[in-house]
Design a protein around this ligand. Structure first.
Ligand SMILES: CC(C)=CCC/C(C)=C/CC/C(C)=C/CC/C(C)=C/COP(=O)(O)OP(=O)(O)O
Length: 219
């Protein structure tokens, strides 16, 4: 069934095969790799398993015919959203991943903050952990910001769902902060009411040009 849907989509839209190959490569890599020495290594993993989804989505969602942005910049934004989502996923699931012996965090950065694998397995929230997490969250938010620019360039019907998913996923980072960075024993999530509010917010952002919302925001 899934195969049929995929085959139809690939026939209907100009989808490139490379992101599919890269995604399979990432899944294969995940079978034997459980540590990431630095952010470059982690970024590559995030590209394989999530950035690829962003790249696959653009030809299907479509770029607004009136867009003045370069095609490359829209693909870059889509890639950034995949990376931002995956980094958020990783930060949310630190405890769960550790229980399976996996640490999807840059080892060199852990070390810079005076942390090691043992601290992750011990799962105690310390000031060092909070400082480390603040840094990781800051970086994930930068990727969300990069993605935002691209949403405005998508075909009008595609903007709303992408805005909604972006805003919802980004709020998981707020929830990690609200849990005082305890992602060892608590699972960060966005509550029902926040989700309900996000949907109309996303809709307004999708239909109202940014210059208008920006003026409204600054009064
Ligand atoms: C912004 C522009 C121009 C376009 C949008 C392009 C899109 C739709 C990007 C989003 C890509 C996306 C949905 C990536 C998936 C990332 C993600 C959270 C993957 C999680 O996969 P798993 O690792 O299976 O999750 P679990 O760890 O929860 O099982």
């Amino acid at each position: 069934m899934l195969d049929a849907a995929l085959a139809e989509t690939v026939l209907k839209f100009p989808v490139d095969i490379q992101p599919f190959r890269d995604m399979i490569n990432g899944m294969r890599m995940d079978l034997f790799k459980s540590r990431y020495f630095n952010f470059d290594e982690l970024y590559l993993y995030c590209y394989y398993v999530a950035g690829t989804v962003g790249l696959m989505s653009v030809p299907i969602m479509g770029i607004d015919p009136g867009s003045k942005a370069s095609t490359e910049s829209v693909y870059n934004a889509a890639l950034a959203l995949g990376i931002a989502n995956q980094l958020t996923n990783i930060l949310r699931d630190v405890g769960e991943d550790a229980s399976r012996g996996r640490i999807y965090l840059p080892q060199d950065e852990l070390e810079q903050f005076g942390l090691s694998d043992d601290d992750i397995f011990a799962g105690v929230v310390t000031d060092k952990w909070r400082a480390f997490m603040k840094d990781q969250i800051k970086r994930a938010r930068i990727f969300f910001k990069q993605a935002e620019m691209g949403v405005l360039e998508l075909d009008k019907d595609s903007r709303w769902p992408v805005w909604a998913s972006l805003l919802l996923y980004e709020q998981i980072l707020d929830s990690i902060e609200a849990n005082d960075y305890d992602n060892f024993t608590k699972r960060a999530y966005v509550g029902k009411w926040k989700k309900l509010i996000t949907v109309p917010v996303a809709y307004v952002r999708a239909v109202v040009p940014p210059s208008v919302t920006r003026l409204a925001a600054t009064g």
